[in-house]
Each structure stands twice: as C-alpha cells, then as structure tokens.
Design a protein around this ligand. Structure first.
Ligand code: AOS
Ligand code: ZN
Ligand code: ZN
Length: 389
C-alpha cells in the first residue's frame, strides 16, 4: 500500500487563479458574491483549497489578468498564505490587434507585440520564481485561403524560438494545443502532433501541455499521453471536463473513467509509482470555469476528483495485468483494469487526509469554516476573470 500512499502524498495539483474570479460562457457570465477583486484575493482563495485538501500548494497566474506592480510581494503574500506561485499563463488573444492572429499574424508589427508580451511573461517568471510559461495561441484562420497555413507555421516557429532563447536554465515552455475556437477552419496549434513537432525542434525545455477539453470527440487522450511521455515531451495537463467542446467543467465530472485511464497511463509511462519524485516533472493543473457553481468548493471537488482517479489508477495490479497481457488473456487483463476502477477509494483518501491532520471530508470542512460567508461580507465588486476561459 505504501507505493499508493507515496504517490498520493506527492501529487500536487495546481490551481488557476482565473477559476476564482467570475467567468463563464460567451453567452453570460453570472456574477457571484464574494469573488476576488485582485490577484491577492485570488491567491487567498486558492490557499483555502490547499488548506482543506493538502494537495494544491501552487497557483497559476495569468498575465495580464493578474498584473501587479510587485510580483515579489505577491509571491511573499502567497507564501504567507501557505501556497506558492506556479505557472505563468500568457495572453495573446484578447487585444483587438490579434483579430488575424498574434505570433502568426501576417503583420510583423503585431507579431512583435505578441512576442514581446511572451518575453515579458518570462521576466515575470524571474520575479515570481515560476518554472513554467504556458503558451496557448488562439491563432488560426476561419476561411480556406484566408492566409498561408505554411507561412503561419514559420512565423510561429520564429516567435517560439525567440521566447525559448530567453528561458532560464530551470525554466520551461509549455505549448498547449486546441482543435478549434476561436478559429474555426485551421488553428495554428490544433493538435498534439503540431505541438510536439515545435517542442522537438526547440529543445528539451519545451514540452507539451495536454488540455483534456481540447480534442475532437472520441479522441483517445490516454494514447496521446503515452506517446508524449515515451518521447519525454509531456510537460503538463490542463484538467477539465468536456461533454461537447471546450466546456471547462470540473475535471472528472463528464467522464471519470477517461480520467482514470489517463492517469493510469501517466503513472505507468512516467514510472511514478516507482519514483514518486519524478512526478514533479508534470504540472497537473486545472483549467476550469465555474459559471454556476461556487468557485472554491468547485476547485476542492476537482482536486478530490483527480486524487480519486489517481488512487484508482495506482490500485491496478500491474503484475497481474502484465501476466494477463503476456498470456493474451483479453478478458483477464480487462478485468484487472476494471477491478481497480470499480474500487471505492474514498475511505483510503479520507484516512490519508487524517494522517496529515486534515479533515477527511474537505467539502464539509470548507463549508463549516465560514470562509464563504466572510468573503461575501468583506468583498464588494469582484472582477471578471477576463473572458469565458
Ligand atoms: C484556452 O482554451 C485554454 O484552455 C488556455 O489554457 C487558456 O490560456 C486558459 O484557459 C486561460 O487563459
Ligand atoms: Zn487550457
Ligand atoms: Zn481551453
């Protein structure tokens, strides 16, 4: 059992600052009482999630939504709250200038502006002590012939190379892909193959971020995970659930079985059950949008969902599985897999929390804490995250 507990105790889930602010769909953002008004309050809310789960010690920032005059001060504040600042998310999708793209825009002046923003994000990483820069490009075209697909890849490669050259020795670039939206005909980084090809050319500090909501229906995401891990190119996850497209619902809500399959492949491919420390090479981030549910409990629930799927994946009897696979025992191998998935791991996780001095039921403990009532009373005029995320 210690193999299981070692990994569970080691697994860290990074929270997105924007999940605590008002965010929603492109049709309506429903404001909630008590949401944060600045990055400090976002960090404070993220710290609550860590306080009750013990598994979410870092919070990702988004520039410019979390822009502040003194990042060192924000980093100190985070430490005082019991968390640290994590990944820096860039934003080259919100300015009017980016209508035809950011780093792939046909206009060199727009490309310069976008690349400068990415370089600024690396400057911020130096101040926050962040390891990872996450790049997601909304760039793409809506109509065949609108721009030269191949030339856009060249422009993308040029910008990535410039940013890559600016990274410090211990910093990484996470390249995130997304099939479509906002571009509807040809996105410039639409899939893992494109992201993989660019990161391969750039070098070992460039790795791929798999956002679980960014694939076509029925895509086998665990296969992608296995291939990227095998190549040493899986750097991060943006966890969330999708029923239809990039829904940004709570991870594990739409398809807990898929999450289990993904995490099995992570553990198997990364060898983390033998070497839990190596797990830090992967940033397990959430990228979600709590439009109708309260935000802090939404994040607590999400962290618990990842933990439950991880625990089930760890329970797969690997020896029995390997034996059944070697014998060509199709049903036997599948049964080993399903036995683990069908195990109720909630008691195990509850006792692990108790061992750490935490309440076994983080959702109930948060509710009892009175924090939700406190922020509603103290905070007036909470901000919108910036977009529908
Ligand atoms: C966009 O669809 C993405 O999932 C990105 O990860 C995005 O950068 C993030 O939602 C916040 O900007
Ligand atoms: Zn994402
Ligand atoms: Zn997304």
């Amino acid at each position: 059992m210690s193999r299981v507990t070692d990994v569970l105790n080691r697994q860290h889930i990074e929270l997105p600052s924007w999940a605590f602010a008002n965010s929603g769909t492109r049709f309506k953002v429903f404001p909630q009482a008590g949401v944060p008004r600045d990055p400090y309050e976002k960090v404070a809310d993220a710290a609550q999630v860590h306080k009750f789960t013990g598994a979410a010690p870092t919070v990702a920032l988004h520039i410019p939504w979390d822009k502040t005059d003194d990042y060192a001060d924000l980093a100190r504040y985070a430490t005082d709250q019991g968390v640290t600042l994590g990944t820096i998310n860039s934003n080259v999708f919100q300015d009017n200038d980016y209508m035809l793209g950011s780093v792939t825009n046909p206009d060199p002046a727009v490309r310069r502006k976008a690349t400068d923003h990415l370089l600024e994000c690396v400057d911020i990483m130096d101040r926050t002590g962040s390891r990872d820069l996450k790049l997601w490009f909304s760039d793409g075209i809506n109509y065949p012939g609108q721009d030269d697909i191949r030339a856009r890849q060249d422009r993308l490669a040029e910008a990535l190379a410039e940013v890559y050259a600016r990274l410090g020795d211990d910093q990484r670039m996470l390249l995130e892909y997304k099939l479509f939206e906002p571009a509807f005909y040809a996105t410039d980084v639409p899939d893992w193959g494109t992201a993989y090809a660019h990161t391969l050319t750039l070098g070992e500090k460039a790795v791929v971020c798999v956002d679980t909501g960014h694939h076509a229906p029925s895509t086998n995401i665990e296969f992608i995970v296995a291939v990227l891990l095998r190549a040493g190119k899986l750097g991060a996850f943006d966890f969330n659930s999708r029923f239809y497209a990039d829904d940004d619902l709570m991870v594990g809500a739409a398809d807990p079985f898929q999450l289990f399959r993904i995490l099995f492949e992570v553990l198997r491919g990364g060898g983390f059950d033998r070497d839990p420390g190596a797990m830090d090479e992967i940033a397990f981030m959430l990228d979600q949008c709590h439009n109708i549910e309260p935000k802090i409990p939404g994040q607590i629930r999400s962290v618990m969902n990842v933990q439950e799927a991880t625990a089930k994946a760890l329970l797969v009897d690997r020896e029995a599985l390997a034996a059944a696979q070697a014998e060509g025992d199709v049903l036997g191998a599948n049964a080993v897999f399903m036995d683990a998935y069908n195990t109720d791991v909630r008691p195990l996780l509850a006792s692990l929390r108790e061992e750490k001095g935490l309440d076994p039921d983080p959702m109930a403990a948060y509710k009892r804490s009175g924090y939700a009532e406190k922020i509603v009373a103290e905070r007036v005029g909470g901000t919108q995250a910036g977009w529908g995320a």
